[in-house]
Design a protein. Sequence first.
Length: 587
Amino acid sequence: MLHHAGRFVATVALYVALVVWLTWPLARNVSTHLPATILPCDFDLLYMGSILAHESRALAAWGKGFTDFPIFHPARGALFYGDTGFGALPYFMPVFLASGNPTLALNLLFIGCVALSAAALHEVARCWTGRWLAGLVAGVTFLTTRWVLWNFIPGAPSYSVLQYFPFVIALSAAPPRSASAALLLASLIVVQCLTDVVYVAGAVLTPLLLLSLVRLARRSTRASGGWTLAAVGVAALLLSPIYVQHVRARAALGSGASTAWTLAMIPYFDRLPSDLRGLLAPTAIPAAALVLIAVGTGVQLLSRSRSLYRRVWLNAAFWAVVGCYISLKPVVYLGRIRFALPPQQLLANLTFYSVVRVPMRLGVASLMGLALLAALAFAACTNAIEQRLRSPSTARAASGMLALATLAAMYASYDTGILNSSPHDKKALPPVYPLAEAINSDSPLMQILGRTRGPLLEVPASDRGPMQLGENARAMYRAIFHRHPVLNGYSSYAPDTFPTTIALAARLPDAAALQGLVEHTGLEYILVHLDELQGNRGSAWRLTAKERARTDLWPVVRWGGDLLFAVAQPPAAELAPAGGRDDGQAP
């Protein structure tokens, strides 16, 4: 047992080193910078950091205020307006509570769990084939799929928690035949679905449900099918309280709830095979891995020992194919030929795609199956080589050379983007992993805000367009440090009062708009980012701060391009900065 544990720790250490290398210099800036590889890093990444920080503090306080994520003030129950990221909490929470640094916690979550996911694929492939190098092929296939380190997970770090998925697939290949085995499978299903209860949960539960039905249809596998179905049922029952909370939160928002910034399923179709190789497709594994799978499949079919790996091969192929199919939209085009997919058409009629707006994310199941297929294909090719070489040493050398060539080809495919279909994704990767400096608590402005309480609005604030999503998400991330409830917010849904808040905020510093916000929200502080304002709005705020002629808006401090105002009453004397203004003068 200790030997196996030590081997797994060494495997994880190997993949941590690979992830650090592939994302360098992120590890060198782990506490100060965040990934900036794709647009959602400007908002989804900050959203996840904000919600995980809130959950961590609430759990440390024995659950006090857990559901009241302090955004969209004065809304209640905002935690369940969007992705909760519960699966990431065990990895984020200890680091955040110990350091108080959400940037450090997010980066260690991302690096550590991507490495754990690759190591889990490695272990399953090694157990299936008995070959360490086959495990390495599986892990590297995962890491060199750009969706993992570049095109999606950096902007949604909770999705890095995929390390239970390979073990779910492994247990589905050896179907449960007892209550204890079914409970083990159910436990793994639950912890994996907590990563994301929409997309990852769908990618786990749908193939398992289909697999259990297939087994129930055959007399020889009926018992195992029943246990598999029971495991899925137990997992769904354990997850149901989370779904109930999401449904309640959505119902409480009413029909006027805003979804202005969420992605609709546009277009309504996929073009094959190009969209499966696109920018946001988890199925876009390196071209070299696809070639390996094709060659290995041919070798396996022509092999005399065709039964070798047959069960696990079929299982990995099942997950790859089903995961790919469920990720497709209701209509697909193969060239000019149009196909309507009946299951997806039915789900569209049931408004399924109003929740699952980006079905391509369900393809994470296919990514796992394809990584394991690459390992099995490598093992099949290695077996064929060894059968033709009598000398064991020569056979080992040939296997090592095949592994080296395979890994080098996969890295070259990953680095250059060869055979990817998305115009952006065809490009070679930058020589340095893109980073952006993260918001921190070091500025005197954050320290002053930390000594106050009361609802806060950050200006500018909007509910339209990607840049505006970043404005609201940055306000949420700053709230981790100053801990004010904020009128800003970004999530899958927003309360029907939010457009009113935004409309009034857009008119500030108008006195009537300010009065409306105070009556509507109890607003006490406004933080203005002058450098982000367009037109004459920045001049109006500067004039308001300079003249100090109003009794409803009191300038507190200016730091760089930021102005902090107290609303309705003058700020307390202790809020004056200790030599903290950038120009040494009143704002």
